[in-house]
Design a protein around this ligand. Structure first.
Ligand code: AMP
Length: 282
C-alpha cells in the first residue's frame, strides 16, 4: 500500500502520473470508513487509472470542538478496508499542519446562496471549511474525477459549484446513499451510537419514506409540519431541521412544479449525536 503523509510526496507522484496521461479518481473522506465510502472508491476504480483516497478530519469545517474531538479516528482499520478493495489505491493522510502549511484557517467562498440553506444555517462557517480543504486537495491532487455521496447532498451541490465557479477543473460525480438494512444511512458518526440508539435511528429514514408518499398529494409545508409532529412525539430525538427543497437551489419549496425536482432533508440529534439524511421526492 502507498500511504503519503506529505504534500511533497503527493506532488511528485501526481507530476509523474500527469506526464503519463493517467486519469485520477479522488475520494475525500474523514475516515472511519464504511460501505458508503467503499462504494465511492469502487466507482472511482472502475472509471479511472489511479484512485486516490484522502483520510483527513478537517478542523476548519467544525464549528463545535466537542464534535471535532469526538469524531472517530481509525486510520489503521481504514487502511485495512482500502487494501481489501484494491492494494493499488493511494492513500493520503496528512496532518492539519502539513496540509494547511501551518495556516489552519478557512478562506471565504460564495456558492451563490447554496451555502446559506440548511447545514449552512446550523453549522457556522462549515462550507467555507469544506471549500478551503477541497480547494487544497484538488489543487494538490489534480483529480480528473472526484466522488461525493448524496448523503451530504448540499455538500455535493456546493462542491460542483466550487469546481465550476473557481475553475478547479474537477469533474464532480454524485453517488447514491448506502444504507444499513434498517434504512439508516451509513455514517462514520453511527460508530458513536449505542446499540439501542442505532436501532432507533432508523426512524429518520422511515419518516423520510412516509413523507415521500404524502408529497404526492400534500403541500411541502403540510408534509414538513407532519414530520415535525412525528419528531415531537419521539422523545429520543431532537429535530434540528426538516426542509423540502428544490435540488438545484436548495431553497424550501413554496409551490410545487412538475418541472422541478425536490428532495426532503432532515438533521436530528439522538444521544447528542447529529445525524443527517435525505431522499428524492419526485
Ligand atoms: P465523510 O468521511 O463523512 O466526510 O464522507 C466522505 C464521502 O463519503 C462524502 O462524499 C460523503 O457524502 C460520502 N458518504 C458518507 N456516507 C455515505 C453513505 N452512507 N453513502 C454514500 N456516500 C456516503
Amino acid at each position: 500500500m502507498t500511504i503519503f503523509n506529505t504534500r511533497k510526496e503527493v506532488s511528485a507522484f501526481i507530476k509523474d502520473s500527469i506526464t503519463k496521461s493517467k486519469t485520477i479518481g479522488y475520494i475525500p473522506t474523514m475516515g472511519a470508513l464504511h460501505q458508503g465510502h467503499a462504494s465511492l472508491i469502487q466507482q472511482s476504480i472502475l472509471e479511472n487509472n489511479i484512485t486516490f483516497v484522502s483520510v483527513f478530519v478537517n478542523p476548519t469545517q467544525f464549528d463545535n470542538t466537542t464534535d471535532l474531538d469526538k469524531y472517530p479516528r481509525t486510520l489503521e482499520s481504514d487502511v485495512k478496508l482500502i487494501k481489501e478493495i484494491d492494494s493499488n489505491i493511494i492513500i493520503f493522510a496528512p496532518t492539519a499542519k502539513e496540509l494547511y502549511e501551518g495556516n489552519i484557517a478557512s478562506k471565504s467562498y460564495s456558492f451563490d446562496g447554496l451555502e446559506h440553506e440548511m447545514e449552512g444555517k446550523h453549522r457556522t462557517g462549515h462550507f467555507d471549511g469544506v471549500g478551503t480543504v477541497l480547494d487544497l486537495f484538488f489543487t494538490l491532487i489534480k483529480p480528473t474525477n472526484a466522488y461525493f455521496g448524496e448523503k451530504d447532498f448540499q455538500q455535493l451541490q456546493i462542491v460542483k459549484k466550487l469546481s465550476s465557479k473557481y475553475n478547479l477543473g474537477v469533474n464532480i460525480i454524485g453517488c447514491k446513499i448506502f444504507r444499513e438494512d434498517s434504512g439508516l444511512a451509513m455514517s462514520s458518526r453511527n460508530e458513536r451510537l449505542s446499540v439501542n440508539a442505532k436501532k432507533e435511528a432508523a426512524f429518520i429514514n422511515k419518516i423520510l419514506l412516509a413523507a415521500k408518499k404524502q408529497f404526492d398529494t400534500k403541500s411541502a409545508i403540510k408534509v414538513e409540519e407532519w414530520v415535525i409532529k412525528q419528531f415531537s412525539k419521539n422523545k429520543q430525538f431532537d429535530l434540528e431541521y426538516v426542509s423540502i427543497a428544490n435540488i438545484k437551489t436548495l431553497k424550501p419549496v413554496k409551490r410545487k412544479s412538475k418541472k422541478q425536482q425536490y428532495r426532503i432533508f432532515i438533521a436530528a440529534f439522538i444521544d447528542n449525536i447529529r445525524l443527517i439524511d435525505n431522499i428524492a421526492l419526485n
